[in-house]
Design a binder for this molecule. Structure first.
Ligand code: ASC
Length: 151
C-alpha cells in the first residue's frame, strides 16, 4: 500500500513537471522545439482570431477546442529557451531573453494567464467575450515579440 502511494506520487510529480523538464540533446533541438510549439500555438490562435475578427463565422465548439489547445501549447515553448540555446539553428530570438530572464518569464507567464482567460471566454459561447479575451491574449504575443524577437 505504501509502495503504491509512493509510486502514485512519483507518477503524478513526473506528469506535472513534464513540460518544464523537457531535455534536449543539442541547442538545435531546443530551438526547433520552441519554434514548433509557437508555430502550433499560432495556428490555433489564428483560428480564434479569424472568428474574433469576423473572417469566419463564430463556432462556439470550435472556439473552445482551439482555445484549449492554446492553453496547453502556451506552457511548452519556454523549456526550449535554456542556457546555450541562443544559437545553434536559425532563430529570431534576441540575446535579451537570456540577459533579462525574469522579465522574459513575466511575459511568458502573462501569455499563459491570458490563454486560460481566453479558454474561459470561449467556454461562455459568447462572441463578444471571445473578442475581448482574444485581444488581451494577442497583446501578450505582441509585447513579447516586440521586445524579444528580431524583426
Ligand atoms: C497571432 C500570431 C501571433 C500573434 C500576434 C499578435 O495570431 O501568430 O504571433 O497573433 O500577431 O499581435
Amino acid at each position: 500500500m505504501k509502495a503504491l502511494a509512493a509510486f502514485t506520487l512519483a507518477a503524478a510529480a513526473l506528469t506535472l513537471s513534464a513540460p518544464a523538464s523537457a531535455q534536449f540533446a543539442k541547442a538545435e533541438d531546443a530551438i526547433k522545439y520552441r519554434q514548433s510549439a509557437l508555430f502550433v500555438m499560432g495556428q490555433h490562435f489564428g483560428r480564434l482570431g479569424a472568428m474574433a475578427n469576423g473572417r469566419v463565422p463564430f463556432d462556439a465548439k470550435l472556439a473552445q477546442d482551439n482555445a484549449d489547445v492554446v492553453v496547453q501549447m502556451a506552457k511548452l515553448p519556454w523549456a526550449g529557451f535554456g542556457a546555450g540555446t541562443d544559437k545553434g539553428a536559425p532563430t529570431k530570438a534576441l540575446p535579451e531573453i537570456w540577459t533579462e530572464q525574469a522579465k522574459f518569464k513575466e511575459h511568458s507567464d502573462k501569455l499563459e494567464a491570458e490563454s486560460i482567460k481566453l479558454a474561459a471566454a470561449a467556454k461562455t459561447g459568447n462572441l463578444d467575450n471571445l473578442k475581448t479575451a482574444f485581444g488581451a491574449a494577442a497583446g501578450t504575443c505582441k509585447a513579447c515579440h516586440d521586445n524579444y524577437r528580431a524583426k
